[in-house]
Design a protein around this ligand. Structure first.
Ligand SMILES: [Zn+2]
Length: 184
């Protein structure tokens, strides 16, 4: 299947994307609509309408975009223009904060395109502003991401973590900022 082939190329580093991805196989997935995705994914995939998604009881939204829960997806999550994919099997056992981070990262791709560091930054800033991410949660995310290898699209874990910690500080209310640590 074309879809699986395309995603398999990208799926081993948190995120499988269809935002201007490289490679002929992946390129063919670019215009995949939600309906086409669901048709290819089969009965195991479940569509969750905007506003209905709960992750460990927490309501999460990404604008008005729906989410597909696909236990056969090749990564923790993915993003196509217009919808987000989560793999409930892969998310099982992760901490709530890490799950929320993964969702927010995939949501970030809807706004920043394929840029992985920008999607990470979007997720972390959103988490801090919405109140589900604190310093302890940041450590959980870094612990999770430390195990991921780098790829053409993603820096290796430690580098990603360093960038995310900077974004976390940038999202802090002014009173919490210290010295020049948040200046670029
Ligand atoms: Zn990503």
């Amino acid at each position: 299947m074309r879809l699986r082939t395309g995603l398999a190329l990208l799926g081993w580093a948190l995120c499988a994307l269809a935002f201007g991805v490289k490679g002929a196989a992946a390129q063919s997935d670019l215009d995949l609509t939600l309906e086409q995705y669901l048709a290819q994914a089969g009965d195991a995939a479940k569509l969750i309408a905007y506003g209905q998604l709960r992750i460990d009881g927490k309501r999460m939204i990404c604008g008005r975009r729906p989410t597909v829960m696909d236990p056969n997806f090749d990564s923790w999550g993915g993003a196509y223009p217009g919808f987000v994919i989560l793999n409930p099997k892969r998310l099982e056992g992760l901490s709530t904060t890490v799950k929320l981070y993964i969702y927010a990262h995939e949501c970030g791709h809807q706004f920043v395109g394929r840029d992985e560091e920008a999607a990470d930054c979007f997720a972390v800033k959103r988490g801090r502003r919405y109140g589900w991410l604190d310093a302890g949660g940041m450590d959980e995310i870094c612990g999770f991401i430390a195990k991921l290898k780098g790829s053409a699209d993603h820096f290796a874990g430690p580098k990603r973590c360093e960038i995310m910690r900077r974004c976390f500080k940038e999202a802090a209310p002014r009173a919490e900022r210290r010295g020049g640590s948040v200046r670029r």
